[in-house]
Design a binder for this molecule. Structure first.
Ligand code: PLP
Length: 435
């Protein structure tokens, strides 16, 4: 296997030759001695595959990647080369994306509540498009950035989501929405479209269908008061695990766009996927630091439960993994048995993170193959809200990063550099058909 180290600004990543793969890298890792600190293996090829899949399944919807989900520089750079837009929610995120040379029109400032300083900053940096969901935000915008292009965020929560967002953001579509549009008109502001977010980690594809239907009603109301909308933003909320395709979501979205927006050929339809793009691109490798055998109190020679203590947990990069597993099927992303024979005995097990906190619990009372101290435990699908949520609580370090991309992929990404979105998409789709 041959690898070349590349220094892409501040993030090193490793180019793999055509005969190598991330799977081979992982096979080698689990055969090697345990490492003291946890680490992430990032596969940029997986992000490229996800993008090709998006282009195929949702041809009318341009993705604006939600930076909050994973703001690793190599990931952002890959997406920038693929031509996606970016959903930024803070000055820090805007800076990260601009530093990559991304043009301002590829950024949506998708936070309905912006500080006065952030509004001034967005204006200074020429970030024109931003969301709002209430009257006082409009008043603030009228004062600090009246020429911006505004997108009204409506509330339309999925029936089942890890993080429903409607309690915090978005306006009611029937009364508040029309009223806010009229208010914006009176303030002489430029509202250009509608956005929503059905909730993060949504399990309900049909919520997109209904949310798009609700947006259409507001498009019509806007027209009746003199706004001709040009943007529909479908937000985030798509699955990102390797085992969870977006087909059902794409079907609901495409059906709604055909039904409600067939004649709106001159509007731009965008989405803000986070989890979808990066979830499956990252795998976490932890090592068992300690093992406790809990004995039957009535018979001390009988073990009835095993507890393992890993070097990453919910205060590190596993908070989202654990939470999504709890609302999803429990088999979702079972820690993978590594460097082990598959025929190990299954024991009732609890797996803990490293901190002193007893809420730092990864899996409780599950049947898990017996492991030994020093062995690796691997977690798949930790790319979304893993590293961005991680803390250094108790002084435990966040995982190190090892980023891989195939030489061939990186070469084709660099070749896309100065090509416009439409031509890039055609080129990428041709490649999709070939693979
Ligand atoms: C405004 C907005 N857009 C997009 C996203 C990304 O959502 P997801 O990762 O579920 O696709 C979020 C996540 O919280 C968000 O708040």
């Amino acid at each position: 296997m041959s690898e070349t180290n590349v220094n892409s600004s501040d993030n090193d990543f490793i180019l793999l030759d055509d005969n190598s793969s991330v799977t081979m890298v992982i096979d080698e890792i689990v055969r090697s001695p345990p490492r003291e600190n946890p680490f992430h293996i990032v596969d940029l090829d997986d992000i490229v595959r996800k993008h090709l899949n998006w282009l195929q399944k949702l041809p009318r919807v341009k993705p604006y990647y939600a930076v909050k989900c994973n703001d690793d520089k190599a990931i952002l750079q890959t997406l920038a080369l693929l031509g996606t837009g970016f959903d930024c929610a803070s000055k820090g995120e805007i800076d990260k994306v601009l530093e990559l040379g991304v043009e301002q029109h590829r950024i949506i400032y998708a936070h309905p509540i912006k500080s006065m300083e952030s509004l001034k900053y967005a204006k200074a940096k020429h970030i024109t498009t931003m969301t709002f969901d209430n009257e006082l935000e409009l008043v603030k915008i009228a004062q600090f950035y009246p020429e911006s292009h505004l997108v009204l965020r409506i509330r339309h929560d999925s029936n089942k989501a890890l993080v429903p967002l409607g309690k915090k953001f978005g306006c009611d579509t029937k009364v508040e929405g029309p009223w806010l549009l009229e208010k914006a008109k009176k303030l002489n502001l430029n509202v250009v479209g509608i956005s929503f977010h059905v909730g993060c980690g949504s399990l309900d594809a049909n919520s997109f269908y209904h949310a798009i239907g609700a947006a259409k009603v507001l498009f019509e109301h806007a027209l009746s008061i003199g706004y001709k909308f040009s943007l529909l933003d479908l937000g985030g909320g798509y699955p990102g695990d390797a085992e969870k395709p977006i087909d059902e979501f794409a079907t609901a979205i495409n059906r709604a766009l055909d039904e409600f927006f067939l004649n709106f050929t001159d509007i731009q339809i965008i989405a803000e996927p986070g989890r979808y793009y990066v979830g499956s691109a990252v795998q976490l490798f932890t090592v068992i630091q300690g093992k406790k055998i809990v004995r039957d109190p009535s018979n001390n020679s009988r073990a009835h439960h095993v507890m393992y203590y890993l070097n990453d947990g919910v205060y590190g990069t596993l908070f989202d993994w654990v939470s999504l597993r709890a609302i999803n099927d429990l088999e979702r992303a079972w820690p993978v048995i590594t460097n082990s024979k598959r025929d190990r005995v299954l024991l009732p097990t609890t797996i803990w993170g490293p901190t002193c906190d007893a809420t730092d619990i990864i899996c409780e009372n599950v049947n898990f193959p017996e492991h030994q101290i020093g062995e690796y435990v691997q977690f798949k699908n930790v790319g979304a809200y893993g590293m961005t949520f991680a803390t250094n609580f108790n002084g435990f370090p966040k995982p190190n990063l090892e980023i891989y991309v195939k030489q061939k992929t990186w070469k084709s990404l660099l070749a896309l550099k100065n090509i416009n979105w439409k031509d890039k998409t055609l080129l990428l789709l041709e490649q999709y058909v070939e693979t």
